[in-house]
Ligand binder design. Structure first.
Ligand code: 13P
Length: 255
């Protein structure tokens, strides 16, 4: 079973529209001769930069995603963005349940679940983030935490929809800290995540599921991480903010 490598940049709250244009043009040039057969590549800018990114990346092999989606079709939800709004922008992916949203904005497994359903309804591909904190890892709770995030996050999500889903395993203690899980440590957890999905949806769905690693992935470590059997790519924060480092990270992992 060969899964396609998928590497996405999560720009978080970085890049104005003008900066987005500059970065996307640099990325388009860098990736001009990169065969999409090697890896799926996407960038997820802030909402206000999506239109600019879509326009600037036209004719390239780089896809665009959003960083969040609300579960309602429309209504009195000040500050939120719906699936219809995102779909109309011409994007393909949406990140859901990032640990920063869980930590700072009250995201729970239940709201993650509702957002996944909304993304699927609007034919957007969810990149669903899961991961344990340092305290949970040190307390030997990693598997318990991940199992709950998966079970509750995917309640009532049909097996037939799982082909559109990507999982991003992001140990919270590795995000933006420069501390990466070692390839062996990450692989052990990825294998556990795949097994948990196999228990829920069967071996075939689990084998096809793309599971990204996220947390201080950079050009220097992307090759060793993605070489692991159950690590199928990455969700990249800091190293996605510069064309050179994002390209090198992808090239090292996928070429
Ligand atoms: P860093 O790559 O900056 O550690 O961020 C990872 C992340 O949170 C991607 O979603």
């Amino acid at each position: 079973m060969s899964r396609k490598i998928f590497i996405a940049g999560n720009w978080k709250m970085n890049k104005t529209a003008a900066e987005t244009k500059e970065l996307c043009e640099a990325l388009k040039a860098k990736f001009a001769s990169f065969c999409p057969c090697k890896a799926e590549v996407a960038v997820c800018p802030p909402f206000t930069s999506i239109a600019t990114a879509v326009e600037a990346l036209k004719g390239s092999n780089i896809k665009v995603g959003a960083q969040n989606i609300h579960w309602a079709d429309n209504g009195a939800f000040t500050g939120e963005i719906s699936g219809a709004m995102l779909k109309e922008m011409g994007i393909e992916y949406v990140i859901i349940g990032h640990s920063e949203r869980r930590q700072y904005f009250g995201e729970t497994d239940e709201t993650v679940n509702k957002r996944i359903a909304a993304a699927l309804k609007y034919d957007l591909k969810p990149i669903v983030c899961i991961g344990e904190t340092l305290e949970e890892r040190e307390g030997n709770k990693t598997e318990e935490v991940l199992a709950k995030q998966i079970k509750d996050g995917f309640a009532n999500i049909a097996a037939a929809d799982m082909a559109k889903v990507t999982i991003a395993y992001e140990p919270v203690w590795a995000i933006g800290t420069g501390k990466t899980a070692t390839p062996d440590m990450a692989e052990e957890t990825h294998a556990f995540i795949r097994k948990t999905f196999a228990d829920l949806y069967g071996a075939e769905v689990a084998e096809a599921l793309v599971i990204q690693y996220g947390g201080s992935m950079k050009p220097e470590n992307s090759k060793d991480l993605v070489a692991q059997k159950d690590i199928d790519g990455g969700l990249i924060g800091g190293a996605a903010l510069k064309a050179d480092s994002f390209y090198d990270l992808v090239a090292n992992a996928a070429l």
